[in-house]
Structures are given as structure tokens and as C-alpha cells.
Design a protein around this ligand. Structure first.
Ligand SMILES: C[S@@+](CC[C@H](N)C(=O)[O-])C[C@H]1O[C@@H](n2cnc3c(N)ncnc32)[C@H](O)[C@@H]1O
Length: 390
């Protein structure tokens, strides 16, 4: 059961968005890191994440008792193991990478090999012998949707979940709020250092090698701006760095959402500034909920939030979209933010973001003060320390 998904370059498949994806490239860029125990351990060490899934399962054991469960992207097998320990009759634990070998060992070491079947393969390719009562998955990327793994969960749901089945988690939301931070100054300094270094390089190349490189100054500048100023950043913000009312920009019902529903996220939302400070950018985060379904609601609803927190930070942190330069704001000022996020055309697992805002200065009452649309920002990932940009 289950074909291996270790596709090779040139092995084309079609994703739900109708766009061709090279499986080999996708494996090298995306799945590669999940094949390492150190990466799985990073997720297993996230106490907020672990507690939320653990509590969602064990405080709602009646959902699992005697049921068939599908774990989409089982990784080390942790969610499959908990599902079995909570009384599942059968757990199908599907994983695309060779992590399946470790997951199988772990299942055996915990004496659950009669309940859990670890299947190596891409969710889109495997065949199960039955439909399931529950789909459990930890599919959330930075700012919820990066990695686009929810597509695979939707595929699994539509193909393998019984009509009265339950999704774990059942709901997800994306949030945004204005923030202050020293990160923008740091990034601007880095950019200026890189440009000064470029100008010295152009002078030296002319002096010592007789070639004028200055025609490349503009493209180099554009490249550096994109890298330093127009790429969103991971950050674990202190709650006090949030300087305005947060807004929900997207709500997802995991039982009914289609891929089309998550291809783009667009929102125009107001936010009231709560202190006199510098508006340095916008921060984005998400939460998910485990609520069961309408006919079989969870006895104990659990929330997993990645909001800025002093004691309960997660490995997702928050995604920071910086404004250059920052804007002086005061308590009572209002922002109207327009946010739009879509998938990168070059890589469906990465996102492109456009941000704009109107700023209403409270001292000038309703007088419109400023309207700025920032350049598109990339939500990119780093893989073994190397930053891949789109
Ligand atoms: C965020 S990790 C979660 C791992 C584990 N469930 C946990 O909670 O610790 C997601 C896992 O899903 C796997 N994955 C992502 N898309 C998949 C797909 N389409 N088919 C099979 N596995 C997939 C990845 O390789 C990765 O191991």
C-alpha cells in the first residue's frame, strides 16, 4: 500500500491549483528538511504545539475510541501514536519522507504496531483500504499558509473522510496587527552596508581591472532592497510590541474549505493605535481550534495560538512585514490596512504579499494624512541556513 513519493526531477504532477509541480524539485526544496530527525525534534520540542494536540486528543478521547484515523504527514508518528493511545481502532500514518523508517521504529517501541500502519508516500498518491472517521494533521506553516500543506489535507479529506467525519484541527484563523520593532533599523543598516561595499567594489574594479561595473548598480540595489527590505521576517514578538488592535484577516473551516478558498488572502481592516510610538510594520500570526464537528462537538475545545506571548512562544513565532521608513503614530490614530497574499508563481509553497495603509491622524480628526502601498513582500523560507528567495 502506498507508493513512494520520492519523485525525481522531471517527474511532473499537477497540483490542485491546476499548476504543474515538479515532484523532484518540490522534494528537494520542501520535503528535504522533514526527513531529518533534528527538524522533527524542533517541532516535538514546541510545548505549546505539543500540549494543544495532546490535550485535543486526550480530552476528547470519545472521538477516537474504536475509530479509524488518518494522520496526514505523520513525521515522527507522534499524532498517530497519541491517536492510538486514545483508543483508535486503526491509524493510517502517511508520510512522504524517509522519516517513516523512524516512525515505524517508534510505533513498534511503543507496542502500537497492530493499530498504526505507517505508509511512506505522498498523501495524493496513497490508497487506503477504508474511509476514516478522523483526519488529524499538523499542516500549519509560517503565518498559517506558507508551505501550502493544507492542500494535501483537503485532498485527503475529500478522498478519505467519511461524510460525518471530524477534522483535527477543525478551524483556523489568521491575524494581523500594527507593531513596533528595532528590526527595520537593523535591516536598513544591513542594506546600507551592502550598498557601500558595492560602491567600493565598483571603484576598485575600475581602478585595478579597467572595467566599469556601475551599470550594474541599479540591479544590485534592487536585489539588495528585495533581500533586506522586502522580505518578511520571522520574529518572536513581545506582546508589548503590538501597538494597535489586532484583526482577523481570514477564517477557515477545515471541514469545508477548498483549495480555491486558500489560494489568496485579501483583507481590508481597521486598527486603532493604542500608544504614541513608531509604527514599524505589521505582524501576522494564526490560531487553530479543535472543536469537533456539528453533530459531534468536542467536549473540551482546545486552542493553539501563535500570538505574541511572553511565556508561550511557538516555533512559528510571528511573521513581520516591515515598513520603510517607520511612521510616528499616537494613541487614538486609526489605520486602514489593505493586505493581499497570494502564492508565488515560481514556487507554490511560498507567498507574495502586498500591503498598503491609510493613516488617519487623530489630532487632524478625519483628515486623511498618508496613503502608502509598500512593494510586494516575499514570505520565504530558509533551508539549512540558506535563504531561498522568490
Ligand atoms: C509540520 S510536519 C508535522 C509532523 C508530525 N505530524 C508532528 O506533528 O510532529 C508535516 C509533515 O508532513 C509531511 N508531509 C507534508 N505534505 C505531505 C504529503 N502531501 N504527503 C505526505 N506527507 C506530507 C512532511 O514531510 C512533514 O513530515
Amino acid at each position: 500500500m502506498g507508493s513512494t513519493s520520492n519523485g525525481v526531477a522531471g517527474d511532473l504532477t499537477t497540483n490542485c491549483n491546476g499548476v504543474s509541480v515538479d515532484k523532484g524539485v518540490d522534494f528537494a526544496n520542501y520535503f528535504c528538511t522533514y526527513g531529518f530527525l533534528y527538524h522533527q525534534k524542533e517541532m516535538l520540542c514546541d510545548r505549546v504545539r505539543m500540549d494543544a494536540y495532546y490535550n485535543a486528543i486526550f480530552q476528547n478521547k470519545e472521538h477516537f475510541h474504536g475509530k479509524a484515523v488518518l494522520d496526514v504527514g505523520t513525521g515522527s508518528g507522534i499524532l498517530a501514536i497519541w491517536s492510538a493511545q486514545a483508543g483508535a481502532r486503526k491509524v493510517y500514518a502517511v508520510e512522504a519522507t524517509k522519516m517513516t523508517e523512524h516512525a515505524r521504529e517508534l510505533v513498534k517501541a511503543n507496542n502500537l504496531q497492530d493499530v498504526i500502519e505507517v505508509i511512506e508516500g505522498s498523501m495524493e498518491d496513497v490508497t487506503l483500504p477504508e474511509k476514516v472517521d478522523i483526519i488529524i494533521s499538523e499542516w500549519m506553516g509560517y503565518f498559517l499558509l506558507r508551505e501550502s500543506m493544507f492542500d494535501s489535507v483537503i485532498f485527503a479529506r475529500d478522498r478519505w473522510l467519511k461524510p460525518d467525519g471530524i477534522m483535527y484541527p477543525s478551524h483556523a484563523r489568521m491575524w494581523m496587527a500594527p507593531m513596533r520593532s528595532g528590526l527595520g533599523d537593523q535591516k536598513m543598516d544591513d542594506y546600507e552596508v551592502a550598498m557601500n561595499d558595492w560602491h567600493s567594489f565598483v571603484d576598485d574594479t575600475k581602478t585595478y581591472y579597467g572595467v566599469d561595473m556601475s551599470v550594474l548598480t541599479k540591479p544590485f540595489d534592487d536585489e539588495q532592497k528585495k533581500y533586506y527590505l522586502q522580505t518578511s521576517l520571522w520574529n518572536n514578538l513581545h506582546p508589548q510590541q503590538i501597538i494597535g488592535t489586532p484583526a482577523i484577516i481570514k477564517e477557515i473551516n477545515c471541514l469545508t474549505a477548498s483549495v480555491n478558498d486558500v489560494l489568496n488572502v485579501s483583507s481590508n481592516f481597521p486598527s486603532s493605535i493604542t500608544e504614541r510610538t513608531r509604527l514599524c510594520g505589521l505582524a501576522g500570526w494564526f490560531d487553530v481550534h479543535f472543536r469537533g464537528n456539528r453533530d459531534y462537538p468536542a467536549k473540551h475545545e482546545i486552542e493553539l495560538t501563535t500570538a505574541p506571548s511572553l511565556d508561550n512562544g511557538t516555533h512559528w513565532g510571528q511573521q513581520v512585514f516591515l515598513l520603510h521608513p517607520p511612521v510616528r503614530v499616537s494613541e487614538g490614530d486609526d489605520l486602514m490596512v489593505s493586505f493581499s497574499m497570494s502564492r508565488s508563481k515560481e514556487n507554490h509553497r511560498l507567498m507574495e504579499v502586498e500591503l498598503g495603509y491609510k493613516y488617519f491622524d487623530s489630532t487632524l480628526k478625519t483628515v486623511f494624512a498618508e496613503e502608502i502601498t509598500t512593494e510586494p513582500v516575499s514570505l520565504c523560507w530558509s533551508c539549512f541556513g540558506a535563504t531561498l528567495k522568490v
